[in-house]
Design a protein. Structure first.
Ligand SMILES: Nc1ncnc2c1ncn2[C@@H]1O[C@H](COP(=O)(O)OP(=O)(O)O)[C@@H](O)[C@H]1O
Ligand SMILES: Nc1ccn([C@H]2C[C@H](O)[C@@H](COP(=O)(O)OP(=O)(O)O)O2)c(=O)n1
Length: 419
């Protein structure tokens, strides 16, 4: 048994478990059945489970963050292909309330018939024999009672299940720092360095990064640095190009074009790798800004706001009120990342944005497709954008014509004396 598994087991009864089932998150804890404290109340989730179904939970118990994240990511494909088609699986996690980095991810499985449960059990036992970093439990309905028992494999421990209240902050916020959002160049670079031997593309990205010495704070830029932010199709590209022409500025973007060959590769990886890649893109763009800002104003298409807002809104997967509260340290600007003079956040009515996406006729990224399907995700991204601290961020209604939006932004730039 690995050290990480032993550590998890030693905290087992203090942990809260959560399952995302049918758009709802159910939290539960366990109690020692021997003491009679066990759950008299049946969880709604378990109450809804089909009679005769067998249930299992799998939690990834690897101690190494990147390995654990990649294993969890691939486990989803493994479950979709290997499980009998009638089996359902839902995302689940376990955490110690309020304890940073205590979150572990996994899946909750339901096998509706004895056949499917026999196949599922066989598979799980096979995977465990392969030394997969998994903690497996089965859930048993205690006969003639409304109680469910959690049976922890390999330890033969049984515990009763009791409902638990939702934690004060969304469990994903416990592990956000350095797994979803990176607040320094070094923290993001560490992730790529650690996986360079398994992902050759990471080595290519590392070669493009600035040296440590280049990251030191520079003197105040001579010309303004203006960032345009907003969801896809809000008009960023259109406006950045017209601002470039109107101000005689240099136009840059993040991620920078030199990272394009590797973007699709990192988009397929779990959040820790994907978000580290985008975080590093900002530092490369920052170097390019430094080399231009003594000569011309600089306009940038997406920067840190995009990196942090999409990362937070993806990790925290509930309603907008589940986001970290305004003022949370999770919205802070990385202390070693250049701060622009101003950020304009383009906002657009969802219907108009959809119309523009359609008119543009381009394939959407998977994430953008999800934005359409998932209005709540879109709302979370927009709200997270607004909560990020650091440079002044001004929301601009981008629903009028391109010329009017340009005029409005030029007026703001002049009125606030950014030029
Ligand atoms: N103010 C505007 N009014 C109407 N259409 C616009 C406006 N700004 C941009 N568009 C159109 O909407 C689409 C998306 O704009 P684009 O600048 O590519 O957005 P983004 O860079 O934010 O994805 C494009 O087809 C563009 O021509
Ligand atoms: N500076 C940046 C830019 C984009 N990202 C991420 C955030 C989202 O996952 C995607 C959004 O990119 P998308 O391709 O949809 O955006 P555009 O087409 O450039 O408007 O990229 C980032 O993390 N940091």
């Amino acid at each position: 048994m690995s050290r990480r598994t032993m550590a998890l087991l030693s905290q087992w009864t203090s942990r809260v478990f959560s399952v995302d089932m049918d758009g709802e998150t159910v939290y539960f804890k366990i109690h020692d059945t021997q003491t009679g404290k066990g759950g008299k109340e049946v969880l709604r989730m378990f109450g809804n489970i089909q009679k005769g179904a067998s249930c299992y939970s799998l939690l990834v118990s690897s101690g190494e963050k990147i390995h654990s994240a990649r294993f969890h990511w691939k486990l989803k494909d493994k479950l979709s292909t290997a499980l009998p088609p009638q089996c359902r699986f839902s995302p689940m996690c376990s955490f110690l309330p309020g304890v940073r980095d205590s979150l572990v991810h996994g899946y909750f499985l339901q096998a509706p018939s004895s056949d499917s449960s026999a196949t599922t059990e066989r598979l799980l036992r096979q995977w465990l024999r392969l030394d997969d970093p998994l903690l497996v439990c089965s859930y048993l309905h205690e006969e003639n009672t409304p109680r469910w028992i959690q049976h922890l494999w390999n330890t033969e421990q049984n515990h009763g299940i009791v409902p638990s209240e939702a934690p004060e902050s969304h469990p994903a916020t416990l592990n956000l720092i350095n797994s979803d959002v990176f607040y320094s160049f070094q923290a993001a670079r560490d992730v790529l360095q650690k996986c360079a031997d398994i992902i050759p593309e990471a080595a290519s990205v590392l070669e493009l990064l600035p040296c440590d010495g280049d990251m030191e704070a520079r003197s105040k830029p001579d010309f303004p640095i203006i960032v345009l932010e907003g969801l896809d199709a809000t008009g960023k590209t259109t406006l950045t190009e017209s601002l470039r022409d109107a101000l005689g500025a240099t136009l840059l973007r993040s991620p920078p074009p030199c990272l394009s060959p590797w973007r699709a590769r990192f988009d397929q990886e779990p959040p820790i790798l994907r978000r580290a890649f985008y975080a590093l893109g900002n530092y490369i763009t920052a170097q390019q800004i430094y080399s231009q800002t003594s000569k011309t104003p600089v306009i940038i298409d997406r920067f840190w706001h995009s990196t942090a807002a999409y990362a937070i809104a993806t990790a925290v997967n509930g309603p907008v009120c589940d986001l970290p509260a305004e003022g949370s340290e999770l919205y802070r600007w990385p202390s070693d990342l250049l701060q622009p003079s101003v950020v304009f956040l383009l906002t657009l009515d969802p219907e108009e944005r959809k119309r523009r996406l359609k008119d543009r006729g381009q394939g959407e990224t998977k994430e953008e497709h999800e934005l359409d399907l998932n209005q709540v995700f879109r709302l979370r991204v927009e709200e997270a954008y607004k909560r990020i601290s650091g440079p002044t961020c001004i929301s601009v209604d981008a629903s009028s014509s391109a010329e009017q939006v340009l005029r409005q932004v030029l007026l703001l730039i002049k009125a606030k004396r950014y030029l």
